[in-house]
Structure formats: C-alpha cells, structure tokens
Design a protein around this ligand. Structure first.
Ligand SMILES: NC(=O)c1ccc[n+]([C@@H]2O[C@H](COP(=O)([O-])OP(=O)(O)OC[C@H]3O[C@@H](n4cnc5c(N)ncnc54)[C@H](OP(=O)(O)O)[C@@H]3O)[C@@H](O)[C@H]2O)c1
Length: 313
C-alpha cells in the first residue's frame, strides 16, 4: 500500500474518524495512520465493540502504527453520544474530526430510541452534537482544528416533515442528511470566523462512488448492477478514497482555512471548490436548521456551547 501523498507535517496530530470501522472512514483512518512516517494518532468511532476491536487490530497491523484506538458510540442514541463525548474530551486536544459515519441502504424506516429518523440522526444530528461538544478540544489544536464533512451536492431539507414520517425513502433520507451537513459546515464556519478562531470546516464530495461495505448490504440486483459498473471504472476503493482525502486533514493551516466553509471536490489537478445550492446557502435556513437541531437534541450542555459560540461571534 503506497503511503498517502501528502506534505510532511512536523507536529503529530490526533484525528477522530466517525465510522472508521468500515468503508470510507476506514480508508481515511488507514491513510492518516500511515501518513507522515506514522506520526499521527487516529481514534475511530463506531457502534460495534467487535468491529471496532477488529478494525483497530487490522489498522495497527497493516500500517505499523500502534496509535490507533476505538471509541464505542451508537450515533442513533444521544445517550451514547453523550458518553462518547466524555471519553473523547479526555483525549483532548483533537486536531481533526471526520464527520463520516452514516447509514446508507435500509429496507424501511426504523425510528431511533430518540424517536427520530435514523438517517437524520446518525448521519447528521448526532454529529452536530458531537462536533459542538468537541469544539473546545479542536480550537486548542496548534493546527487550528478542522472538521471535514463527508457529503455531496444535492438534497434538501423537508421542513414540513424533517423526520420523514409521512413519506420516507432511504435515498431521500441520505440526501437530506447531506444537505444538513453542508449547512452545518457553512454556519459553523461563519460563527468560528466571527469568533476569531482558526477552526476550518470543509465539505468533501468524493469524485466517484466508493466501493464500501454498502455494496454488501444492498439487495442483490443493486449489487449486480454495481459489479458491472465497477468493471467500467465507476467506483474507487476505500484505500484510494483515503489517499485522496488525507491531505484535507494534514495540510497546512493556511491551505485548510482557504477551503473553510466550502464544499470541495477532487480531480487529478487537486481539490476544487464546488458551487453551493441556493437553499443550502440561505442564511435564514442555516439558522433555522441550527436552532431546530438544538431543540431536537434537547441537551443543556450542547445548547450552552451554542449560546457561548453565538455570543462570541
Ligand atoms: N460510498 C460512497 O460512495 C459515498 C459517497 C458519498 C458519501 N458517502 C457517505 O459516506 C459515509 C460512509 O459511507 P460508506 O459508503 O463508507 O458506508 P459503510 O461502508 O457502510 O460504512 C458506514 C460506517 O458508519 C458507521 N456507522 C453506521 N451506523 C452507525 C451508528 N449508528 N453509530 C456509529 N457509527 C455508525 C459504521 O460503523 P459500525 O457499523 O461499526 O457502527 C461504518 O464504519 C456515509 O455517511 C455516506 O452517506 C458515501
């Protein structure tokens, strides 16, 4: 496995990769563990203790980096997120978070223990809670701290049915979460800049579909179509995805800040900025989603953090 093609960073960094047990998160965890002569530390977060232990062991063995660890957290449960926040605060300072873990294909909508749409909570809302509660650790990072969002252009918020109880489809739920993540990234960027911190928030859109664990769980006709598409080069591997994305985490502070608040894609020429869609850049909608997110989470500590941030902005 070639090492990530990245500039050598002198300071060791620590990254949290949500969904680092499988798929794109696993690819990024691998590339970051390998980068810069095994200098960095990688914490992967997932909902299964067994998958976590096995991923840590394999990542350590394949990269030779012993500084890979696991935090158990079910993002479908705010109770579990709160416990993980406590564990992660003890890991401070943190230099970067990959907002990645997510549900993909699902045969039906099964509400979470908090009574919410599972894609909305796992892919977006629990990450909102996690990131807000880790801001202090991130902004203490000597590299300024960075939050990288795994997202894509498209999708919209269904304001009349945010939890999709009236009309549900797994694809629509995934796209709604993509839009919510981009909106969160933009507003967080604006608040952090106004507060004078050096935190950067960057949305990333993968250049091709990634051949992830998702392919193993989709119904067989979809798997068959994906297999054919793979022959025609429609997919990239999780390892390639990790190599492409690793620079976003370890590039210089100036390079990271230049991308902050933006959605970026990637081509052989490097990262390029993508135009945002009107709905997802409308300030009134960004504020509405932020406030609604706090209301749905209903956690005093998270609300206090948000109040402190908006006051200092
Ligand atoms: N594949 C693509 O081409 C593509 C393209 C654009 C964006 N994305 C986005 O990338 C993210 C990862 O997708 P993927 O294709 O890599 O999927 P994947 O292979 O199925 O991996 C999903 C990851 O999310 C974690 N996860 C799922 N539910 C969780 C929960 N309740 N709590 C904590 N962790 C949970 C899983 O870990 P455990 O099961 O061990 O908990 C796993 O590590 C998703 O948000 C997806 O929407 C994917």
């Amino acid at each position: 496995m070639p090492r990530a093609d990245v500039a050598l960073t002198l300071t060791p960094m620590k990254f949290l990769i949500t969904g680092g047990t499988l798929g794109m998160g696993r690819g990024v965890a691998h590339a970051l563990a390998l980068a810069d002569d095994l200098r960095h530390e990688v914490v992967i977060l997932g909902s299964s203790r067994e998958r976590g232990a096995s991923a840590v062991q394999q990542l350590q063995e394949t990269t030779g980096n012993a500084k890979v660890s696991f935090v158990l957290c079910d993002l479908a449960s705010f109770r579990s997120v709160k416990a993980a926040i406590e564990a992660l605060r003890a890991e401070a300072p943190l230099d970067g978070v990959f907002v990645n873990a997510g549900l993909g294909y699902a045969p039906k909508r099964v509400a979470t223990e908090d009574g919410l749409d599972p894609h909305f909570q796992v892919n977006y809302l629990s990450h909102f809670m996690l990131v807000l509660n880790l801001l202090e650790s991130l902004t203490r990072s000597s590299s300024g701290g960075r939050v990288i969002f795994n997202t894509a252009r498209g999708g919209e918020l269904r304001w009349d049915d945010l939890q999709m109880t009236k009309k549900w489809g797994y694809e629509a739920a995934i796209w709604q979460a993509f839009a919510a993540k981009r909106m969160f990234s933009r507003r967080l960027h604006a608040l952090e800049r106004a507060a004078g911190t050096k935190l950067s928030t960057v949305g990333f859109e993968t250049p091709k579909t990634v051949w992830s664990h998702q392919i193993e769980i989709v119904p067989w006709p979809m798997r068959a179509m994906a297999t054919v598409a793979k022959w025609f080069g429609a997919f990239i591997s999780i390892e390639r995805c990790g190599e492409i994305m690793a620079p976003l985490f370890i590039e210089s502070q100036a390079e990271s800040l230049a991308k902050s608040g933006e959605l970026v894609g990637w081509s052989a020429q490097g990262f390029d900025k993508k135009d945002e869609e009107p709905g997802a850049s409308d300030e009134a909608q960004l504020i509405r989603l932020w406030d609604e997110s706090l209301r749905l989470i209903g956690d005093d500590e998270t609300t206090r953090i948000s109040e402190r941030l908006t006051r200092s902005a």
